[in-house]
Design a protein around this ligand. Structure first.
Ligand code: SF4
Length: 62
């Protein structure tokens, strides 16, 4: 597999990583919006997120 090098994407990834590291160091773990993808379906914290209104129950998801 060949991954094309794109300096713009590398810069974007670096900024994203820096922001994530900054938030982690600041102990800012608040989830304010549901992440994309199917991760919530298998997450052990989903009941807390349901209770806090961060995510909504969907048909077929416990
Ligand atoms: S259930 Fe909550 S903690 Fe788990 S992935 Fe979804 S938003 Fe994040």
């Amino acid at each position: 597999m060949v991954v094309p090098y794109d300096p713009t994407r590398v810069d974007e990834a670096s900024l994203h990583f820096d922001d994530t590291a900054r938030r982690t160091q600041a102990r800012d773990f608040a989830v304010t919006t549901q992440p994309e993808g199917a991760g919530c379906k298998e997450c052990d914290l989903r009941m807390m997120c349901y209770a806090d209104g961060i995510i909504r129950r969907q048909a077929g998801v416990a």
